[in-house]
Design a protein around this ligand. Structure first.
Ligand code: AP5
Ligand code: ZN
Length: 216
């Protein structure tokens, strides 16, 4: 199954993707995670991407399209994949269909998650991640047992550079202007499956699975 998770920053794409990996045995391709790893390793791509990411702007299309094209060619994507955070512009979506048709594949479903802006702000300002193992937390909704320390590995929790309130507001504006047109893009293509992103993580997962299995 070839999936896209679509939705604004903080809606829960990463959280839901992690659960879908186990359920369907297919990998998550998060352009945000790949770019953050490149920033950390100071690769030429990471150095170029950092300024865009820190301000909440999008990294240029050609950079992310290159990342995804390379990733999709890897053997673990043969059975399927979950695109998380890509595509984010109409040119990225057009490029994706070209790349996929070149390798005899297509997107099966685009799961569009939505919640209101107040909830997005709460989710993003409270998000924390483990600096050692990458596990995700939220100070109110999914707190670690000991504040600031990862339950899984004892690593220190940190806040993402772009999860400061003014950067979040910019990311949300960028989403509205550049990414939200993809909702009608994929609706027209007959691929859009809308899911309410408000509720428990497990409840939303059940709803996504039902939608993917055609039960709703
Ligand atoms: P990226 O890393 O993709 O960030 P994003 O799209 O802004 O999405 P997030 O990771 O912030 O949110 P999410 O929806 O995954 O939410 P999560 O599950 O973590 O991109 C970062 C940057 O990289 C971009 O700004 C851009 O510069 C660049 N970039 C990446 N891709 C690009 C592309 N294609 N083109 C150009 N540039 C690109 O959940 C958020 C919080 O809420 C967590 O704390 C979680 O615990 C909590 N939570 C989740 N679900 C629930 C729930 N049901 N109830 C309560 N809390 C919940
Ligand atoms: Zn950890």
């Amino acid at each position: 199954m070839n999936l896209i998770l679509l939705g604004p920053p903080g809606v829960g794409k990463g959280t839901q993707a992690k659960l879908l990996i186990d359920r369907f045995g297919i990998p998550q391709i998060s352009t945000g995670d790949i770019l953050r790893a490149a920033v950390k390793e100071l690769t030429p791509m990471g150095i170029k991407a950092k300024g865009f990411m820190d301000s909440g702007a999008l990294v240029p299309d050609e950079v992310v399209i290159g990342i995804v094209e390379e990733r999709l060619a890897q053997p673990d994507c043969q059975k399927g994949f979950i695109l998380d955070g890509f595509p984010r512009t109409v040119p990225q979506a057009d490029a994706l269909s070209l790349v996929l048709s070149g390798i005899g594949k297509k997107i099966d479903h685009v799961v569009s998650l939505s919640v209101d802006k107040g909830e997005l702000l709460k989710r993003l300002t409270g998000r924390r991640a483990c600096s050692k193992c990458g596990a995700g937390y939220h100070v109110d909704f999914a707190p670690s047992k000991v504040a600031g320390i990862c339950d899984a590995c004892g690593g220190e929790l940190f806040q993402r550079e772009d999860d400061k309130e003014e950067t979040i507001l910019n990311r949300l504006a960028v989403y509205e202007a550049q990414t939200s047109p993809l909702i009608s893009y994929y609706q027209t293509a007959g691929l859009l499956r809308s899911v309410n992103g408000l509720g428990s993580v497990e409840g939303i997962q059940t709803e996504i699975v039902a939608v993917l299995q055609g039960a709703r």
